[in-house]
Design a protein around this ligand. Structure first.
Ligand code: C5P
Length: 231
């Protein structure tokens, strides 16, 4: 049974391997995330094939950041591909420009709050304002929503706080950093189970390695879907 709350991150080496993985998973998954790494090895063609020939939904994780005019024209081009979700950095001018570029299409724009791989020392190094990262994430989420973002990307540990924001009303929260109980964490540090991420307010969870490294990726996806709160 397909459940679009699960998005599978196709972080395999190239587009060919990714297409094979989606064929192996078959009907168990309907929604895939294609990241920046894949874009340089045929990711856009892969997105197009998954959408047009296999009827899948695609989240393009490009994390765009540039001056407004450039972001707007990049998004206008991408909006022709029938993609579902696109990420940009959550800075208000970037979100605003991306929304202009997506106008007239069904493409939803997601703001990245603060990369989960960054800690306070990294933010200091980037000259970013002092304060607790969680507070900065919440403030950036609110600003991204005010700028028109359809949703934000955040750690599952921030999902409940973001869901409680008045600005989050009617907007989407997507959380990577999701691990079924007992699964290897890899480099993810601030994780939650699929059940808890959704229970805390995530509309979609992004799961990569626990699925595509499994002996049976299809069964791993089915098990994750079965563990989600009932709709
Ligand atoms: O394999 P794993 O489940 O850790 O994959 C998570 C996916 O979500 C990867 O594609 C990763 O790049 C992405 N991601 C993340 N943390 C963010 C934003 C995106 O893990 N803050």
């Amino acid at each position: 049974m397909t459940d679009d709350r699960l998005i599978v991150a196709l972080d395999v080496p190239n587009a060919h391997a990714a297409l094979e993985m989606t064929q192996q998973i078959g009907d168990a998954v309907n929604f895939y995330k294609i990241g920046l790494g894949m874009l340089t090895t045929g990711g856009l063609a892969l997105a197009n094939e998954l959408i047009q020939e296999h009827g899948k939904r695609v989240f393009l994780d490009m994390k765009l950041f540039d001056i407004g005019a450039t972001v707007e024209s990049a998004v206008r081009g991408l909006a022709q591909f029938d993609l579902d979700f696109l990420t940009v950095h959550g800075d208000p001018h970037v979100v605003n420009a991306a929304k202009q570029g997506a106008a007239g299409s069904n493409l939803k724009i997601f703001g990245v709050t603060i990369l989960t791989s960054l800690d306070r020392a990294d933010l200091d190094n980037c000259l970013l304002q002092p304060g607790d990262i969680k507070d900065l994430v919440i403030t950036r989420a609110a600003k991204a929503f005010e700028a028109g973002a359809d949703g934000v990307i955040a750690s599952p540990q921030e999902a409940a706080l973001i869901r409680a924001l008045p600005e989050a009303e009617g907007r989407l929260i997507v959380t990577p950093g999701v691990r079924p109980a007992g699964a290897a964490l890899g480099d993810q540090k601030r994780v939650a189970t699929p059940y808890n991420a959704v229970n805390d307010g995530a509309d979609h969870i992004v799961v990569g390695r626990p699925i595509w490294t499994a002996t049976s990726p299809a069964q791993a996806a089915i098990d994750i879907v079965a563990s989600l709160p009932k709709t």
